[in-house]
Design a binder for this molecule. Structure first.
Ligand SMILES: Cc1ncc(COP(=O)(O)O)c(C=O)c1O
Length: 480
């Protein structure tokens, strides 16, 4: 056992005994979660395993401090230690991503996106209005001017990637507040190649004239050319906002460089910290100097007091991501995704875009196996393989049942699996899906939810998955 594992085991055991003395069901759930995570073949593209150092940083009294405001400008007294935490986290974020400005307060990806949107609205709409009316702040506006400004906020336009092409709800879709704030037009992918159709996007942007173009995705298995995105935005006077929530780890790990690195090209970049970046659950925003003062107003614009214990853990995770080890990890995430994609294709699985060059793979399970995403996801889960269903472009089964399954490599790569093991994973997945049959519905057509799995297949797959994972323990040596 390593020193770190031994020390962490003792720390967790003692912490859990204190938790048990107050509410043993919570201590039990924490222990069980570790056992479940250890035992599952986790292929959810948006999940990972944070380091013990990152996890341990979150459980302390920094959580107790209110610190609304920014470093050195707080609305509460006694924030000197939070100032240290926030400055160190922001310093690491700037250095890690080569960004001029970093804001590390957002509690999650959705909050980071809201901070970004309102920073852009503040700079592009509110600030010029105040200047025109000779007002210093919104409090100086008359009722009529304030009403006019409020209405102007609501008439702005945004373009984001369509959901079935891999975009995210926060990119202007109706179920999210972004869709209620903005008039949105979605851009999609080329039906032949499955790749972003930049020429069509440019033409649509010329016609729609958005204030903001959002680049970024949760289920697009390819890289984005952010230099081209910026040209398209500049041509119509739009702000380029990149949501790198999913692929921040590949940017941090220098897998995405040049035109594929969003930082030199975007005006504003938002992200999560807990996906491929392997940090605590949280978000952050990077910006060019012209947007920095507006992003800095995230609190009180859309945030209350920062989660100082999580900002501390972000600092630790950013520090880890600045090491050569992390660059090796990020490269392996991408290499493993390729191995997984090739393994699936060799076994006859149709992939959206016929492959991947990032951390995720999107299986077209309708074309490959005559299944819905929901049936495939459930059959895989029965067999110990954790994935999630996802729409594919122009999905015939809609957003609930879907025709796709999304899988990603960040988590299992953290456990140490390499290309050979991901080929075994491909074999497990293809085997389960080939042995799964939709149950015929009352109307004689294949049903969308029910399915059967060939006798013993789920059990055999579980056993093979457990054997595979046995060679790559999660948090080796940690005993709670
Ligand atoms: C592209 C993208 N943006 C934002 C989010 C929201 O992140 P969070 O769940 O931390 O709010 C997600 C999460 O799935 C995402 O994929």
């Amino acid at each position: 056992m390593t020193d770190v594992a031994a020390t962490a085991s003792s720390a967790y055991r003692q912490a859990l005994s204190i938790i048990d003395s107050v509410e043993p069901r919570i201590g039990g759930a924490i222990r069980q979660e570790l056992a479940d995570q250890r035992g599952s073949l986790k292929l959810i593209a948006s999940e990972n395993y944070a380091s013990l150092a990152t996890l341990l940083t979150m459980g302390n009294w920094l959580s107790d401090k209110y610190a609304e405001g920014t470093v050195g400008h707080r609305f509460y007294a006694g924030c000197q230690n939070v100032d240290t935490v926030e400055s160190v986290a922001a310093e690491h974020a700037r250095a890690l991503f080569g960004a001029e400005y970093a804001y590390v307060q957002p509690h999650s990806g959705i909050d980071a996106n809201l901070v970004a949107y309102w920073a852009i609205l503040n700079k592009r709409i509110e600030s010029p209005t105040l200047e025109r009316l000779g007002a210093k702040t919104v409090n100086d506006l008359s009722e009529a001017d304030w009403e006019a400004l409020r209405r102007e906020f609501n008439t702005q336009r945004v373009m984001g990637m369509s959901l079935d092409a891999g975009g995210h709800l926060t990119h202007g879709f109706r179920h999210n507040i972004s869709g209620k704030m903005f008039e949105q037009r979605a851009y999609g992918t080329d039906p032949e190649t499955g790749l972003i159709d930049y020429a069509k996007l440019a033409a649509d942007a010329r016609e729609f004239k958005p204030l903001i173009i959002v680049a970024g995705y949760s289920a697009y298995p390819r890289r984005v050319n952010f230099a081209t995105m910026r040209e398209i935005a500049d041509a119509v006077g739009a702000t380029l906002f990149v949501d790198m929530a999913h692929f921040a780890g590949l940017v941090a790990g220098k897998v995405f460089t040049g035109d594929e690195d969003p930082i030199p090209h975007a005006h504003v970049v938002a992200s999560t910290t807990h996906k491929s970046l392997r940090g605590p659950r949280g978000g952050f925003v990077l910006a060019t100097p012209e947007y920095a003062e507006f992003v800095d107003k995230g609190c009180p614009m859309v945030l209350g007091g920062p989660l100082s214990h999580v900002m501390a853990a972000k600092a630790v995770a950013f520090a880890e991501a600045r090491t050569p080890d992390f660059q090796g990890y990020a490269q392996r995430v991408a290499d493993n995704a390729k191995a997984l994609a090739e393994g699936l294709q060799r076994r006859g699985v149709k992939l959206v875009t016929d492959g991947t060059d990032n951390h995720l793979v999107l299986l077209d399970v309708a074309t490959s196996f005559g299944l819905t995403g929901r049936q495939a996801e459930s059959a895989l889960l029965d067999s110990g393989v954790v994935t999630n269903r996802n729409s594919i472009p122009r999905d015939p089964n809609g957003a609930w049942y879907t025709s796709g399954v999304r899988i990603g490599t960040p988590a299992l790569t953290s456990r140490g699996l390499g290309a050979a093991e991901f080929d075994v994973v491909a074999d497990l997945i293809a085997g389960v899906l080939r042995g799964t049959t939709p149950v015929t519905a009352a109307n004689g057509k294949p049903g969308k939810a029910k399915y059967t799995i060939a006798d013993g297949l789920a059990e055999r797959t579980r056993a093979r998955a457990a054997e595979l994972l046995g060679g790559f323990p999660l948090y080796p040596g940690l005993e709670v």
